[in-house]
Design a protein around this ligand. Sequence first.
Ligand SMILES: *Cc1c(COP(=O)(O)O)cnc(C)c1O
Length: 399
Amino acid sequence: MNETVAPGGAELRARAEIDLAAVRANVRALRERAPGAAFMAVVKADGYGHGAAPCARAAVEAGATWLGTATPQEALALRAPGAGVPDGVRIMCWLWTPGGPWREAIEAGLDVSLSGMWALDEVTRAARLAGRPARVQLKADTGLGRGGCQPGDDWAELVAAALRAEAEGLVRVTGLWSHFACADEPGHPSIAAQLTRFREMVAYAEGQGVDPEVRHIANSPATLTLPESHFDLVRPGIAMYGVSPGPRIGTPADLGLRPAMTLSASMALVKHVPGGHGVSYGHHYLTPGATTLGLVPLGYADGIPRHASSTGPVLVEGKWRTVAGRVAMDQFVVDLGGDEPGPGAEAVLFGPGDRGEPTAEDWAQAAGTIAYEIVTRIGTRVPRVYVHDGNDADEGSGT
Ligand SMILES: *Cc1c(COP(=O)(O)O)cnc(C)c1O
């Protein structure tokens, strides 16, 4: 769990400011795109680096009735009283391995995903011990080729076994669900194929007698671009943090979303150096002439990608600067071109862009990755500073 500090934090080495009003506004904007569907806020991986519990609470305030995580441990943490998630909120987790905490999950009232017979065997055994049925959701592989049960004989076997367990009072099949491979590439032929396969697999299960509360397949890009994929529930993750699912879907502004995380640091040193001075490990940057260098106290241990060496953008005193040479474990350098901001001057790596700062998408491009990875990997050494916690009564309508 990340360290959480009070707003302000200007004295910190570095901080990831998390705007919870932006999270709430994003959840509302996404709900408007899927008015007929329930909203599952995906808060796995510590809320994509933004803090799972605060973002879960913000999402619930904005109308989410479900939370989604990958691991059962992440889901159980949200059921802990300290997380502040209301009891009535459903929590689903989908990444199980043999010997997982099935009984704790049943006792915590989680919805658990099953992709295969081993998982059904383990959950029914735990349900007998717990003396109450497990809420299970059967996951279909409609074409992603990752988790999920294969169509055909495997699906028939899983559905039949789940129905037998339901008849015995050991499980309640609450959902049928799947996940897209290429929803961030509008028009990709796999999208329509997966929707067709999903409808077939749902129809088969329902024909056998499964009566799910929810059928769902839509992640952020599908929530934003594919109304026919919304079914009973949508599961956005990245978009609720105000980050675009990908360049083909649009910028956050195009999508009516506001980036929630601003990553900044206090410059640790500014100094004059002569021309021809090698900078950072390997001397991959040589100062082109006499200049000033600024030391930014964030490195790959904080999640700054080493692949952004010589490319990552940083806003210092209104100007974009570029990482000079290699990103090190704890720090990197920017060439300030003779400017002399004082020590402690703010270096903004990314944020919503209001002040002209780069965005997480800019860092993704600089590092050859996706913006999901940029925000999610910001490390635990960077304190999260929450702003606009609480409700929106004092923020005016429309926020
Ligand atoms: C991570 C995840 C999501 C959310 O995906 P985004 O692209 O971040 O919206 C939804 N469903 C599953 C199964 C996931 O693993």
